[in-house]
Design a protein around this ligand. Sequence first.
Ligand code: NAD
Length: 400
Amino acid sequence: MAKIVCVLYDDPIGGMPDSYPRDDLPTVTCYPGGTTLPTPRELDFTPGELLGCVSGELGLRRFLEREGHTLVVTSDKDGPDSEFEQHLADADVVISQPFWPAYLTAERIAKAPNLKLALTAGIGSDHVDLAAAIARNITVAEVTYCNSISVAEHVVMMILSLVRNYLPSHDWVRKGGWNIADCVARSYDVEGMHVGTVAAGRIGAAVLRRLKPFDVHLHYFDRHRLPEAVEKELSVTWHDSVEAMVGVCDVVTINCPLHPETENLFDHEMIGRMKRGAYLVNTARGKIVDRDAVVAALETGQLAGYAGDVWFPQPAPRDHPWRSMPHEGMTPHISGTSLSAQARYAAGVREVLECFLAGTPIRDEYLIVQGGGLAGTGAHSYSPGDATAGSAEAARFTAA
Ligand code: NAD
């Protein structure tokens, strides 16, 4: 029988909701391109309810306990005395979410001799030291595509809100003002702008598709080029490097995974190559950009705005400079955990666990690491290595 340790974000401050704003979720039958949604044998939860927090338990308890397995669910994930770290000694499976990541560093993997599967309830497995997982022959899997469209919608929202100066204008209403000139002194139309994405995978391509009707000029860089027909359909220009792309863009959106090739990609130098007054939107991972370079660029005007929902580490310390820098549109890490996305990734986690516990293959597209090497989506989108350095600082949030 297996012990499954699941790290989820805290319940709402006021407790689990008695009701939800809507009675149902729209029916989505398959992802773009025809990939099927998760196909678990059964579900023990109601789609549209909170599943990603501790009491939601990803809807897993009944299924796992009925089969005799042990499920531990906690949000206490940081520091050597955390509940998560205490349970590593006999954990077979660790489930974590990018929104509230249980960092699986090499040191923690060494404390988990039975660990066979590190499963991400979402997309992005950079919170796992992939080199250490490879060395220990641990499988790393995630629920590919479960929230790619959720994030693409968020990216479009953030681009529009920065360029049109939405959040500061909303603040004037809340303050009782009617300060039109203050609102519009930083407000532009997106129409006609050059918008580029770093990576055109599931999220990046969906962002391009959603932005096309805004009559913008589209650009991308990816280490895998899109099919020619798609480039034509979207009228999107491919660049052979990030450096070449950022110089011509008014808006840049980052949609690649965090791995050794992309860590700190947007440093002082890269941001310096951008057009003065460009906007940068990052819903990929906080560590892809240099924290202090972003603050400095907003202060000097090199960047006109920065928005995103990803930080490093997570939760971000209460004194993290992105909480107070000018011209920001930051949120906590929420874009991929809408109620709609939760239903999909909870079903995907169930599907992966059913396969793992029955000893049947996990879908190739869900795999990041398997059999001592990158596999599936991991082989396509990652490089082997470790991006968890510095994650211990996450303990400062709870300690404060
Ligand atoms: P994907 O695997 O479909 O696409 C990733 C793309 O990145 C691939 O096309 C790959 O070729 C490209 N890429 C990898 N390394 C690159 C490099 N060095 N330079 C340029 N391109 C590179 O994944 P996806 O579904 O599009 O998700 C992408 C990332 O977005 C995830 O890995 C995760 O970090 C992040 N994400 C964030 C949230 C959120 O809630 N904010 C949710 C989902 C995913």
